[in-house]
Design a protein around this ligand. Structure first.
Ligand code: NDP
Length: 290
């Protein structure tokens, strides 16, 4: 069984990005700048923002965080977005999701300048992704494609089942996997909570992508012998350890690992490559900004 090591793959991509930044510094050019807007103080969002800032530092990007109170109005948030859209020193920025319930997420995402939308969530980038035109790819799906490619996993002609159809993971990864490219060319089935016979559908997959948001939902009986399993989920699950919890994915790792040919661990699988995809998008935005 091959452990698809997201940390090592992410480190390799980071080093490639850092080399590009070094060339920019040597040429006296401005280095890429990634900004983030954080509304409220959700602990998971704080963690994500901190790891994004850390990753920026590692590759030589500058970064900034705009912290707004959880009571911020939609209008105030839109003003910050307008400010960042017009700040020439900001190459790309993200609005950390989820937003508080009183804010319309679709309206906020649509207000981001597509040229700075390094999360790839703006409808213009999503449309361009569907049409295989130059765009910013959403970070988690792009990271999954990087994991498959750099782990030399054959995708062409494979049956791929994606469980979960969210706009940020399931739906875009199903599109990327079905693209007409040597790095994709899968026959994709996209499953969701209304899918009938989910177990049988999953068990038909050569490549199974789990993006359900339910801890250890995918069990060994749902996985074909020799399948490749990509676990997108990340959860804190209470246990009897000293810490009182463990980090688990959407896949029951211990039993599925015995059956599959390759699998991503949680943590250390999809998460690290998600962040480097964001860095790649920011580098691209910087280059487009010349
Ligand atoms: P969402 O909650 O937005 O979507 C979950 C999807 O799973 C929905 O499409 C839902 O179906 C489907 N689903 C839920 N229950 C079932 C079921 N019983 N059977 C079949 N399908 C089901 O989740 P996200 O896509 O945002 O995230 C998925 C997971 O990935 C989460 O654990 C999240 O924390 C993690 N994540 C990890 C990232 C990383 O970088 N590692 C980045 C982003 C997310 P329906 O549409 O019918 O409701």
């Amino acid at each position: 069984m091959q452990l698809i090591d997201g940390k090592t793959i992410a480190a390799a991509v980071k080093s490639e990005i850092a080399n590009e930044v070094k060339k920019m510094i040597d040429a006296d050019l401005r280095t890429p700048h990634l900004a983030a807007i954080l509304v409220g103080s959700d602990p998971a969002s704080e963690t994500y923002i901190a790891s994004k800032e850390r990753a920026c530092k590692e590759v030589g990007f500058t970064s900034s965080v705009y912290r707004l109170s959880e009571h911020t109005t939609e209008e105030e948030l839109l003003k910050t977005i307008d400010f960042l859209n017009n700040d020439e020193d900001v190459d790309g920025y993200i609005v950390q999701l989820p937003l508080p319930k009183h804010i319309n997420t679709d309206k906020v995402i649509s207000a981001i300048d597509p040229k700075k939308d390094v999360d790839g969530f703006h409808p213009q980038n999503v449309g361009r992704m569907v049409m295989d035109m130059p765009c910013f790819l959403p970070a988690t799906p792009a990271g999954i494609m990087t994991l498959l490619e750099r782990s030399n996993i054959e995708t062409e002609g494979k049956n791929c089942v994606v469980v979960g159809r969210s706009n940020i993971v399931g739906t875009p990864v199903s599109i990327l996997l079905s693209r007409n490219s040597k790095k994709a060319n899968c026959t994709v089935t996209l499953c969701h909570s209304r899918t009938k016979n989910l177990k049988e559908v999953c068990a038909s997959a050569d490549i199974l992508v789990a993006a359900i948001g339910k801890p250890e939902f995918i069990t060994a009986d749902m996985v074909k012998e020799g399948a490749v399993v990509i676990d997108v989920g990340i959860h804190r699950v209470e246990d009897n350890s000293e810490k009182g919890y463990k980090i688990a994915g959407d896949v029951k790792f211990d039993e599925v690992a015995l059956k599959c040919s390759a699998i991503t661990p949680v943590p250390g699988g999809v998460g690290p490559t998600t962040i480097v995809s964001l860095l790649n998008n920011t580098l691209k935005a910087r280059k487009n900004n010349d």
